[in-house]
Ligand binder design. Structure first.
Ligand SMILES: [Zn+2]
Length: 644
């Protein structure tokens, strides 16, 4: 079995989490107790320094790393390795007071005040300089420490800045993209509409909320630029660390299917992909099974960002979080389930936020391994310790790679374009939910799928699913055509192949760029549904019977000599007024709508679920995941049961 071992020092799975000793420097007794409790919980890693800048550099240019050195030493002496973070996720007060340009400007053009976190300008030269300085000093001080196994760059990158530095960089980015030819940009952005034509790149502003928001090309390029600029910031940090200690891998903790950044552009610049996993367990809008399915989707997305390297679950809540509307504690056993799910999906770590609850401020009630009671005698602690023991038992599985034979296409560009498209149901397009809904239906059948970009190599897959592939990147159509020509099965849906990467509609019929020939169809019309509308296709019993079984002796063939195809019967396209409609409050209907993603509903309406040998042949072979005990059914191929 192919393996990629991330941390040979650990010899198994990473089990640890965010550790904030800087909050307890006046309590050496607690710092000593931390290590003893970590050993009891089977912890072998601690992520330190994530928000420690104001303690690491209490005044400009005066660095104090000795306390951190003691912590890293103590951890290492007790068999616990360190994931060392750069502190760029939040700034010390002295920095903002002296260099206000480090603070972000919002979409109204207003400079933000000091406070919070992740609100710095990625373009600010002085902020980049200060970050590079402290990163270099940290790497020089701790890079040769045998206990330091990884760098954790900043924390949960996010957000946009509309300051003058960023606007200048945006214009430079556009000049390079459009070969310094403003007419090329005008054509790409279709700016002759509403007289939006630009004469010069210096006239272009980002999409301020009270400014230009009606040019789709501008909106999309701003999002692409924000990813480019954030990536550039992250790479600058990684370059400093690699220049001092090239042997230590770097990561940046991502946030599931986050909408603000194209993670696929960022993943190549980190050695390992990691993400923070906070499923809304026990919510009131879906079943626990559905929560778990969606979590598996998010794991698959992260796994697929860097194929060939295990990912890490850098954060998860041992008990509950503090930032949802209702913060539910995990019921007994759910913690173990969630941790082993991460491992089965390809994670080589189970890490938490946070190790110990602080006494005050924003995260004082966020779940932790060690609660305010301060002992190991809690249910949460015992469950964490149980996971530590389980991870020790399955240590040989660390480094193994999850291999799938199916993939789903998911592009951030496509997502942004669909969101911004002015048409169809403004609030019911639901690209993400559709992807997740379809992915779930396959997963229920035992088909695990990678989630890849439309321009990625598809040679290792037998099945590719392309939900709502509205935007085609250059080469996507050719990629799909080549995939089908070599025998791959391609499944697409409505809203396929409408615009190119500039969001210009294809002429000559949808799906464009040659896909209408590949699929053998032209989409002439597209409609939208009100929430109460129902529209679907049903297979008749007669048709199903004929499709599921091979032609019997004596069966009458059709006039062309082939077995008759299943006949489709279209159901009502507009539901009659629902008898409960008047009696049902609008809020309740809304909840129902949210509970049922479009894609899932679409699939459900497409026909009865296959049973037995209907649509898929299954076997009890391993499903392809890394868990030795797993014997989930694996579809090997599809029969001809489905209508062509
Ligand atoms: Zn800025």
């Amino acid at each position: 079995m192919e393996k990629k071992i991330l941390f040979p020092q650990i010899g198994g799975f990473v089990h640890g989490g965010d550790y904030n000793p800087e909050q307890w420097l006046d309590r050496p007794d607690i710092l000593e107790q931390d290590v003893e409790l970590m050993k009891k919980a089977g912890i072998n890693s601690a992520s330190v320094g994530i928000f420690s800048w104001s303690v690491l550099e209490p005044q400009e240019g005066r660095y104090d790393f000795d306390w951190l050195a003691q912590i890293i030493d103590r951890l290492y002496e007790n068999g616990i390795y360190t994931v060392l973070a750069t502190p760029s996720g939040a700034r010390p007060a002295w920095l903002d007071a002296k260099y206000p340009e480090a603070m972000r400007v919002n979409q109204m053009g207003m400079r933000e005040h000091h406070g919070g976190r992740h609100n710095h300008c990625m373009s600010s030269p002085v902020y980049r300089e200060k970050v590079a300085l402290i990163d270099r000093k940290l790497a020089e001080r701790f890079g040769s420490h045998p206990g330091v196994i990884m760098y954790h760059i900043s924390n949960e990158f996010s957000g946009e800045c509309y300051c003058d530095h960023c606007i200048t960089k945006f214009r430079k980015y556009l000049r390079e993209k459009y070969d310094n030819d403003i007419e090329k940009l005008n054509r790409a952005w279709w700016t002759f509409f509403w007289s939006h034509r630009y004469n010069d790149f210096d006239q272009i502003e980002p999409p301020f909320v009270h400014g230009e928001t009606s040019v789709m090309g501008l909106n999309l390029e701003w999002k692409r630029f924000t990813t480019w600029n954030t990536n550039d910031f992250m790479k600058a940090e990684a370059d400093v660390l690699h220049s001092v200690t090239p042997h230590i891998p770097v990561t940046a903790n991502l946030m599931r299917m986050f909408g603000g950044l194209d993670y696929r552009k960022m993943a190549p610049h980190m050695d390992v992909v990691s993400w923070d996993n906070y499923p809304p367990f026990h919510n009131d809008w879906e079943t626990l099974e559905d929560t778990a399915f969606e979590t598996a989707f998010q794991h698959a997305l992260m796994r697929s960002l860097k194929r060939g390297v295990p990912f890490m679950m850098m954060e998860s809540a041992p008990g509950l979080v503090n930032w949802q509307n209702v913060n539910k504690v995990k019921r007994p056993g759910i913690h173990r389930l969630a941790c082993l799910q991460a491992v089965a999906c390809g994670s080589d770590s189970v890490q938490y936020f946070q190790w110990r609850k602080g006494r005050g401020s924003y995260e004082q009630f966020h779940g932790a391994v060690v609660d305010h009671i301060g002992t190991d005698d809690t249910r949460i602690f015992r469950e964490v310790a149980e996971v530590g023991e389980l991870l020790r038992q399955i240590a040989p599985a660390a480094g193994t790679l999850v291999k799938t034979r199916a993939a789903m296409l998911f592009d951030w560009d496509n997502r942004w374009a669909i969101e911004d498209m002015q048409g169809l149901g403004r609030n019911t397009k639901k690209y993400e939910q559709t992807c997740i809904g379809i992915w779930k239906e396959f997963f229920r059948l035992g088909v695990d799928m990678d989630i890849v970009g439309s321009d990625e190599d598809l040679d290792c897959y037998d099945l590719v699913v392309a939900p709502m592939l509205y935007m085609l990147q250059p080469g996507t159509a050719q990629n799909l055509k080549a995939f089908v020509e070599r025998g791959g099965q391609l499944l697409a849906t409505y809203l396929c192949g409408y615009v190119d990467s500039e969001q210009l509609c294809y002429l000559g019929g949808f799906p464009g760029d040659g896909l209408k020939d590949l699929f053998g169809i032209v989409s002439e019309e597209i409609d939208s549904l009100y929430p109460t509308d129902r529209n679907g296709i049903a297979l008749t019993e007669e048709a199903l019977g004929r499709a599921a079984a091979p032609a019997q002796a004596g069966e009458t063939p059709s006039r062309n000599g082939r077995t008759p195809r299943p006949r489709l019967r279209r159901t009502a396209s507009r539901a009659a007024p629902h008898p409960q409609k008047k009696a049902e409050p609008a809020g309740r209907r809304h909840l129902r709508k949210k509970a049922e993603p479009t894609g899932q509903r679409h699939l459900r309406k497409a026909g009865p679920k296959p049973k037995g040998t209907g649509k898929y042949l299954t076997t009890r072979k391993s499903c392809g995941c890394r868990m030795p005990a797993c014997s989930a059914p694996t579809p090997m191929t599809s029969t001809g049961a489905a209508p062509p």
